[in-house]
Structure formats: structure tokens, C-alpha cells
Write a protein that binds this ligand. Sequence first.
Ligand code: PLP
Length: 356
Amino acid sequence: MIHNFNAGPSILPDQVLQEAAQAVLNFNDTGLSILEIGHRTPLFEAVLDEARSLVRELMSLGSQYEILFLHGGGTTQFMQVPMNLLDEAGTAAYIDTGVWSSKAISYAKLFGRVKVLASSQDANYTYIPKNFSVDPPVTYLHITTNNTIYGTEWHRIPDGKGVPLVADMSSDIMSRVTDFSKFDLIYAGAQKNMGAAGVTLVVLKKSLLGKVQRKIPGILDYQKHIEAGSMLNTPPVFAIYVTLLTLRWLKAQGGVAAMDKANTEKAGLLYDALDRLPVFKPTVVKEDRSRMNACFVMKDPALEQAFAERCKQEGMYGVKGHRSVGGFRISLYNALPLSSVKDIVALMEDFAKTHG
Ligand SMILES: *Cc1c(COP(=O)(O)O)cnc(C)c1O
């Protein structure tokens, strides 16, 4: 028995893997592989259409939102967002909650003015800053809803005072009930919670566009992608197909509400063990703990190797913390079954008993 706690790329539902494997050999009984059909064919157009409409349905998005499937990962969005939205004389507001938001900030500075309204760097990003205010005129406010590396998550959407809200949701998209209508632009690399690496979901209000002076190369221009229906060039066909399969699975489970319930239970079990067992120390303040990535260290650092070794022996994959943080990180994405959490909690209890 193995358990996959990888932070990204990460666990996918078994059914999705089976169906994806089948489609590589024989897609929809065509005798062709999903890898060898043209993207401008009715076969692939149906995949793209269904993926788009599932995103719209699962996130309850109104018609004011456009849905794009793009290349380049979350990282390309760090650049594409300011390139399309922020004029050189304009100011964008960012909240710095870790590695990914810092990167987004450094890219945005190449295109306009950036005001970092708050940062939790002073405490190694172990909390979400709350005391800041957005003072217009600001072109947009950018947040990272879940900080994959540090294990913090925004549990309340900040009040942007009418300023358009942009969010990197790469690692918690569709993991919890969210009022997505509060956001003006959302992006998420698929490989954490929604599919395979290679495609990035971008949801945006068309009304944000057409306000910057600069010339934008077509491939980086949201407007051009909207007009072309995510077919400006060859889209990441297979990655979009795996996303479609994952969205179908998600809907069959009961949608985002069912994910929310399951993720609450999984995170509850794990954090309860981390708080209760004296050998472990969670690193994030309670109120800001992520339900997707739980970070912790050992109270006695000398026990780290023994715990890592024990996890390895018992088939617990991907529990090592990010290289910039150390310690451990257990990721609890949508596809992770409750039984995996129960098994690692049992291991932790046993470890605490023998090393207490
Ligand atoms: C993983 C991650 C990224 C980077 O995504 P890439 O697809 O590797 O570019 C950006 N933001 C967050 C929150 C992430 O977890």
C-alpha cells in the first residue's frame, strides 16, 4: 500500500489515471491516441468545450467570466497578469505570503509600479497578514490563496474596496466552497489539484482588458486567447484531457461542496494529531493553516531522519518539506483519500509512542 502526499505534481484519482491511460491507446474508440489527433478536430473541440463548461458549472461562474486553458504554468501568469492589466504609470497591490507571491511581485515590477501592502516574511511566512488596507487608485490587488510551500491559506477573502481582485489559486482551486464572483481574475496551474502539469486555468472578467497602452505579443494577450477560444496555437491537448477527466470525477463526487467537506475532515484529523502528539510541532498559526498542505517539524530535530525513514518504509511518499523550509509537509489535495490520512496519523501515533 502506498500513499501519495506529494505537493505537486500530485495525486490524481485512480479512475482518472485509468481513463487517461486508455485514451493514450485508443481515444473514444477511434483507434487513435489522444496524443495523435489534431487539436482543430471535432474530437478535441468536444474535450475543450466540456472542460470549459465543467469549470463554469463547478465554480458557478456567470457569463461575465471567460475561461482559458493556457501553457506556461502558474509562473507565466506572474508575468501575463501585469503585462495585460498594469500600465507603466499604474500601481498594483500585492500581499507577500511566500515564495510564489514574491515571484509574482518581482515579475510585476517589470511592468509597472508595485506596492507590497503586507508581508509575513518577518515570521518565515507562517501566517497570513491581516492588517492592511487597499487605498485606491490601485489597478488590482493580488493574493496567493494557498501557500503551498509554507502551508498557509487565506480563510477569508480580503476586502479589496472595489479594487479588482486577482488570485493565484494553483494549490487550492476547487478544494473548498468559495464565492468566486468576488474575484476578477483567477489562475491555477493544473498539477496540484486539477490535473497534469502543462496546462494553466485562467478565469477572468473580460471587462479588465484593453486598458493598457503597451503592445502585447499575441501569445501572451488574454484578449487574443479569448477570441481564439484557447486555440491560438496548439493547446496542451493531453493536459487538458486529464483536467477534463479530473473535473468529471470531481463533479461525480458531489462537486466543490463535497471536496470542501472531505478536505475539512482530512485536515482536521491530521492537525489534531500534530497538535496532540508531543513529538511534532506544526509551523503555522492555527487560524491560517492550509487544508491542502500541512507543514510541521519535529520538536527534537534529531528525530527528523528517523521519521523520514519510517515514512519511507511504510510507503508514505512526498512528506519531505520544501527545500526552502525543511521539516515535513503533507499535502491533502482533493484526490487524496481519507484512508491515506488515517494511515499516516496511525504511523505518527506509533512514532510518538516509541520516540516520546
Ligand atoms: C506550484 C505553484 C506555482 C508555480 O506553478 P508552475 O506551474 O510550476 O509555474 C505558482 N503558485 C503556486 C501557489 C504554486 O503552488
